[in-house]
Write a protein of this length. Structure first.
Length: 316
C-alpha cells in the first residue's frame, strides 16, 4: 500500500490547455504505478470523486479526475467556439489527456472509471484507443441499448432535416432562463434527491459542486452545444454500436455497477446489456441509486479495486 501522496492534491486544481480551451483536473498519487482516470456524469465535475481518489492512491494507483469540457472548472464553450459537444469530443479530450498529461510520466495502460455520462465517454475511449485501456468500470452506462441493430431506413435527407431542426430548436430555446430558474427554485436539490437513494449523502458540498458551474455566465451556451451534440450525434457514438465494436475483440474487460434503485437509468438496461454481451460483467447493488460511488463510496471502491486486482493482466 502506497501512502506517498499529498492530501491537498485532490482539491488543488491543475490546468491544461487543450485546443485553446482551459481544462481542469486533479490528481492523487501521481507518481504511483497504475493510472486511473475518473470521469464524472452530466452536471457533475471532477470533485464528485472526492470520496474515491484517496482510496486508490493509497493502493499504488495514480488517480486522476478530470473536468470534461463544459463542466466543472473547465471552459464552457458554445457552438461558435467548439461546434457541438458529445461523447466523441469528450473522448478525444480524454485521449489527449492521456497522451499529453499521463504519458510523459507513465506508460502503463489506463483504467477508466465513469459515472453515467462519464461511463459513455469511457466506453467511447475504449473503442478508439483500445490498446491503451486496461479496463472500464461503468456505473451505470446511459444511452438506449439495442442488441440487434436494424438496417438504416432513414434517408440522409430526413436525417439532415432532423439535425437542422434540433439545432434551430436549441438555438432559440431559452436555456439561460431555464438555468436561472433551476438555481433559484431548488430544482438541483430535487434532482439530487431523485438521483440519490441515500438522501443523507446530499450535503452542502455536493449541492455546491453541482450548482457553481451552472451559475457561470457561459453555462447556457455550453449546455446548448451539448443538447445539439448529443441529440444529433452519429450512430457510431451510441452505446449499442460502441459495445458491438468493443465485443469484436473483447480486449477491454468491462464491469457494469448498477444500483437497483436507479431512477435515471433503470436496471433493466444494464441487464439487457449483460444478457446480450456475455463478456460484460454486471454487478447489481441493493438500495443504491444513480451515483453509487458517492452514495456508498467504501462499497464502490472495494468492488472496483477487487475487479481490477483480479484481472489476469493486472500486476501490482
Amino acid at each position: 500500500m502506497n501512502t506517498n501522496f499529498k492530501e491537498k492534491d485532490i482539491s488543488n486544481p491543475n490546468y491544461w490547455n487543450w485546443n485553446g480551451f482551459k481544462i481542469c483536473w486533479s490528481v492523487m498519487g501521481e507518481e504511483n504505478k497504475i493510472p486511473i482516470i475518473f470521469l464524472h456524469g452530466f452536471g457533475a465535475s471532477r470533485k464528485h470523486w472526492r470520496n474515491n481518489l484517496e482510496y486508490f492512491a493509497k493502493r499504488n494507483f495514480a488517480s486522476y479526475s478530470l473536468d470534461l469540457i463544459g463542466f466543472g472548472d473547465s471552459d464552457q464553450p458554445g457552438i461558435r467556439e467548439i461546434g457541438e459537444l458529445n461523447n466523441g469530443i469528450w473522448s478525444k479530450q480524454v485521449k489527449d489527456f492521456i497522451e499529453k498529461v499521463i504519458r510523459p510520466k507513465n506508460s502503463e495502460k489506463v483504467i477508466l472509471i465513469g459515472n453515467s455520462l462519464g461511463s459513455l465517454v469511457a466506453l467511447t475511449c475504449a473503442v478508439s484507443i483500445e490498446d491503451q485501456i486496461e479496463t472500464v468500470i461503468a456505473s451505470p452506462l446511459p444511452d438506449q441499448f439495442q442488441g440487434n441493430i436494424k438496417k438504416k431506413t432513414k434517408k440522409q435527407l430526413f436525417k439532415n432535416f432532423k439535425n437542422r431542426f434540433i439545432k434551430i430548436f436549441f438555438i432559440f430555446f431559452p436555456l439561460e432562463i431555464i438555468l436561472f430558474l433551476i438555481t433559484k427554485l431548488g430544482v438541483i436539490r430535487l434532482g439530487l434527491n431523485s438521483a440519490y437513494f441515500k438522501k443523507e449523502n446530499i450535503d452542502r458540498e455536493l449541492i455546491d459542486l453541482v450548482t457553481k458551474p451552472v451559475l457561470r455566465k457561459t453555462s447556457a451556451r455550453s449546455l446548448r452545444a451539448m443538447c445539439i451534440g448529443m441529440s444529433s450525434r452519429d450512430e457510431k457514438l451510441k452505446a449499442s454500436y460502441l459495445l458491438r465494436k468493443l465485443s469484436a475483440s473483447k480486449k477491454v474487460p468491462f464491469l457494469l455497477i448498477w444500483g437497483d434503485k436507479d431512477n435515471f437509468i433503470p436496471l433493466f438496461i444494464g441487464k439487457k446489456i449483460a444478457n446480450f454481451h456475455r463478456w460484460v460483467k454486471l454487478k447489481i447493488l441493493s438500495n443504491l441509486g444513480h451515483c453509487i460511488h458517492d452514495e456508498d463510496p467504501s462499497l464502490f471502491n472495494r468492488i472496483s479495486f477487487e475487479w481490477i486486482r483480479d484481472l489476469k493482466t493486472f500486476k501490482t
